[in-house]
Unconditional design. Sequence first.
Length: 320
Amino acid sequence: MLISLIVPCYNEEEALPLFYKEATGVAHTLAETRQAQVEFIFVDDGSRDKTLEICRKLAREDQRVRYISFSRNFGKEAGIYAGLKAAKGDYVAMLDADLQDPPALIPEMLRSLLEEGYDCAATRRATRAGEPPIRSFFARMFYRIINKMSDTQIVDGARDFRLMNRKMVDAILELGEYNRFSKGIFSWVGFKTKWYSYDNVERVAGKTKWNFWGLLLYSIEGIIGFSTAPLALAAIAGILFCLLAFIGMIFIIFRALLFGDPTAGWPSLVCIILMVSGVQMFCLGIVGEYLAKTYLEVKRRPLYLVNETEENLSRKEEAD
C-alpha cells in the first residue's frame, strides 16, 4: 500500500525542514502499523527563497521524496492539481508545509478509510482562535453565503487537508477546469466523507501567504465557480428597478395632474441617478466576472508549467 503526501510550498524554507521531520515520523508509524509505504511530493510554487534547494536536498537524501518546481508562481490551486496528477499512491493526502495541518492525524484518517468504508477523511477547524476577528467574521459569512447560493455544500471551516482513496482522486482529476476552487470540487464530486475537527494551529514558522484581499478574491472565485445565483440576483435587481421606475412615473404624472408641477429638487434626482447607475455597474460587474472566467477557460492554457522535477535532478547528476 502506497500513500502519497502532497505538500504545496511557497516560500517555506523555514517550515519545510520541520514539516519533513514530523512527517517522516508519521511515515514510520504507518510502516509499522499498516505496512504502508509513503512518498512525499513537494510542489514548489515558484518560491523566491531556498524552498527549491531544500526540496533538492531532501530528494538526494531520501528516495521517497519527489518534487515539482513551477516556472513561476501559479497559485495553490495549481499546486494541488499538479500534486494530484503526480501522485502514485493508493491513498493520497494533501497538507500544508506550515504544520497547521497536523500530520499526526493521518494514521487515524487512514483507519476510517480502511475499516469504516469511507472514501475520504477530511478536516475542519473547530475554532478560529488566533485569527483576527474581522477575518473570522468574513470567513463565516462566506460559508453562509456560498451554501445559500450553491447546490454544492461546503462545510464551515473546511481545510484542504484530507486523505482520499484513488477512486476519489481520479474523479477530481477528471475536472480539468482552469478556474479551480478545490473546496468546492471536493464537495461536488461527492463520495463518502468523514470529518475530523481540531482546534486552529498557528504556523510553526514563516509568514502566511494569505491576506484579506487575497482571501476575498478567492471567495469570489468560489462563489462564481459553483453558483450562478449572482446572475439571477443581477436580473432580479434590474426587474425591481424597472418596476420602481414605472411606479415612480405614474406617481409623478398623477401628482402633476392633481397638484401641478412643483419645482423638483436636483439633489434627490442626482442621488437617484447615482444609485441606479451604481446598481447597473454592479450587475455589469457580475456579468463581467462570469465572462472573464469563460474567457480564461476557452483559451485552454495549462494550469501550470513545470521547470524542474527530481527526475531532471537525477539526470543532471548522472551527466555530471
